[in-house]
Design a protein around this ligand. Structure first.
Ligand code: SAM
Length: 202
């Protein structure tokens, strides 16, 4: 796992620096799409950064396999319920109104369509936020970029970082992927694309 996945405070700081003002906007849009008094289930919740933006009547549960991140998530508020569980353990998903998947698909490539497909079967509304940009380095630089990723970058210690580096979803490709899975609308915030799958529209 890279340094930023070892130290949750560092992860939060880097995410804030990299996304700048659009991070707050992203979470506000997500919270608005979720609505009031909902049971929210976040897959790959990390440090539960979204939690402070949710409506106060929300119930929140998150799953992640990074225990350092979960410890920080628990410090955010007593009401944050997070568990060390694999997001591919589909049959154990709790009852929920909304499933949220934020910045996770590019980690789990090539299994991202399976996660979306199974999440859709287990919720009324699915919200996904994902960076609309290509991470794919030129082949010749791949070993160097991978080394950098493993030490300082996006290597979460769970998924193969060479797969993560294969993520080449620019805006058009990401939008067409979401549409192929039945998404009812997309919203662009900074370089992130937020996709909303509403069971009324699927
Ligand atoms: C880039 S972080 C996103 C964290 C959080 N959603 C956010 O927006 O800040 C990706 C997260 O997915 C988690 N993750 C990756 N594969 C997972 C799996 N199979 N089961 C549970 N968590 C996983 C990682 O541990 C990491 O915390």
């Amino acid at each position: 796992m890279s340094i930023m996945y070892r130290y949750p405070q560092l992860y939060d700081l880097l995410v804030r620096i990299v996304h700048g003002r659009s991070l707050k906007k992203r979470f506000e849009v997500i919270a608005q799409e979720i609505g009031e008094n909902k049971k929210v289930f976040e897959l790959g919740c990390g440090t539960a950064m979204v939690y402070p933006f949710l409506h106060r009547g929300s119930k929140y549960e998150g799953w992640d396999l990074n225990e350092n991140f979960l410890a920080m998530a628990r410090k955010r508020a007593d009401a944050v319920k997070v568990f060390n569980k694999n997001i591919f353990d589909f049959d154990s998903y709790p009852d929920n109104d909304v499933i949220l998947i934020c910045d996770v698909l590019h980690h789990i490539i090539p299994n991202h369509p399976k996660l979306v497909e199974e999440a859709l079967k287990r919720t009324k509304k699915l919200i996904i936020s994902e960076p609309a940009r290509s991470f794919k380095p030129p082949k010749i630089l791949f070993p160097i970029v991978r080394l950098f990723t493993n030490i300082l970058g996006d290597y979460d210690g769970i998924n193969d970082s060479s797969h993560t580096l294969e993520w080449d979803y620019n805006k058009e490709k990401l939008q067409s992927f979401f549409q192929s899975m039945g998404c009812s609308k997309t919203i662009t915030v900074g370089w992130d694309m937020i996709a909303v799958f509403d069971s009324n529209c699927i």
